[in-house]
Design a protein around this ligand. Structure first.
Ligand SMILES: Cc1ncc(COP(=O)(O)O)c(C=O)c1O
Length: 381
């Protein structure tokens, strides 16, 4: 944790912290100064000149791909996309569905991991099955009840957006694979907060937006596709960049790239990728394990103090009084009033499904959490 021995230096990289008590990374992460400078530099010194720096931009794209692969324990298995929805739709649209197959979701998911599957269900006459939460957790037995040999996909967020519940991906992969189903993961509320190894967890597909815990520009994301599954997914969109030799502009019949690059049809947002690269470098510099440790410490500290407020109900499922992620949600009788009071006092958190969601990241400090707790104590009824 040597990066955090001088947390004030880290905090200097996030100027927004001076003006707000920002505890809302589950909504949008803060951009470090380095990312903002890289984007400005790209515009002022490169993009200004048309295509002259195109080769450098292509190199940046490849560097970003490698840094993502390294972060999640993957190899040449990353497609750069704009957001989670795009990544999940590439998978959902590309599966060669058979009649009467089913898709297993759960009732805590964010809509971007529900609607693409419902869309396929409508088109291909598939069944959607919903594993139900028990006090904010989805027990593995719930999945056991729903998954069978007709299940094609189990789609789940590693960490749930509304209450921070963390699924046991390895166990879910085992269960899905035993029935010949894919495990499709939405990593948006976990990658960048928790250290992940997609190989150890046996994940088949993982879609992720980088604007939250990966502190990157909005509109940057990625899709991990296990190497041997690339050919099982039809490419819905195909363009000049999906092929083996994208620089060949003569008329020919297309030959798809062997890797996940085939799912990148046209020119990407190089502007976003400049920023993404810097943010990924930042995350690697601190180290995913150090970030996980710090984020969990902050969330545990928050829970410890919330447990002492008797009018407050913690919605986040706890394991021996500890949260499993850095998303902590709570409610109370006057939840909207408390939320508005927090906003008035420049505490940035989210109101989701009648609960206030607090989501600290490594750039936060215990003092901010104590300040939030004191305000909540004063306002709660
Ligand atoms: C779990 C989860 N997935 C996805 C998203 C966002 O979807 P997209 O990246 O498509 O905007 C969010 C929140 O905005 C989320 O909480």
């Amino acid at each position: 944790m040597k990066m955090f021995s001088n947390i004030l230096d880290v905090r200097k990289d996030f100027p927004a912290i001076e003006n707000y008590n920002y505890l809302n990374t589950a909504s949008v992460g803060l951009l470090p100064k380095q990312t903002i400078s890289a984007i400005k530099r790209y515009l002022d010194e490169e993009r200004l000149y048309g295509n002259i720096y195109w080769k450098e931009w292509e190199n940046k794209l490849e560097q970003a791909r490698s840094l993502i692969a390294k972060l999640i324990g993957a190899k040449e298995e990353i497609a750069i996309v704009s957001n989670t929805s795009e990544g999940l739709n590439i998978v959902a649209n590309g599966i060669k569905w058979k009649n009467k197959e089913n898709i297993v979701l759960n009732d805590l998911e964010f809509p971007s991991n529900i609607f693409p599957w419902q869309n396929q269900a409508k088109k291909h006459n598939l069944e959607i099955r919903i594993a139900k939460n028990v006090h904010g957790e989805i027990p593995l037995e719930e999945y056991e009840k729903h998954i069978d040999d007709s299940t094609r996909v189990v789609a789940v967020s590693w960490v749930e957006f509304q209450n921070g519940f963390k699924h046991d991906l390895k166990a879910l992969a085992e269960l899905a694979h035993a029935h010949g189903a894919y495990l499709v993961v939405d990593g948006t509320q976990s990658v960048g907060m928790l250290d992940i190894d997609v190989k150890k967890m046996n994940v088949d597909f993982l879609a992720c937006a980088c604007a939250k815990w990966l502190i990157a520009p909005i509109g940057t994301g990625f899709l991990y596709i296990r190497r041997d599954l690339v050919d099982e997914i039809d490419a819905t969109y195909v363009g000049w960049r999906s092929v083996k030799d994208p620089e060949n502009f003569s008329y020919r019949w297309f030959q798809l790239n062997d890797t996940a690059r085939r799912f990148e049809a046209g020119s990407p947002s190089f502007l976003g990728i400049q920023g993404l690269m810097e943010s990924l470098k930042y995350i690697h510099r601190i180290g995913p394990r150090s970030i996980e440790k710090r984020d969990l410490e902050l969330a545990e500290y928050l829970v410890e103090q919330f447990l002492e407020i008797k009018q407050l109900k913690i919605v986040t499922p706890l394991n021996e009084d500890k949260p499993q992620s850095a998303i902590v949600s709570f409610t109370c009788r006057n939840v909207e009033e408390v939320y508005n009071k927090l906003l008035e006092n420049r505490f940035i958190v989210s109101l989701r499904l009648n609960a206030i969601r607090v989501s600290p990241h490594f750039y936060n400090v215990k003092q901010e959490i104590e300040n939030l707790v004191n305000l909540v104590k004063n306002e709660i009824r």
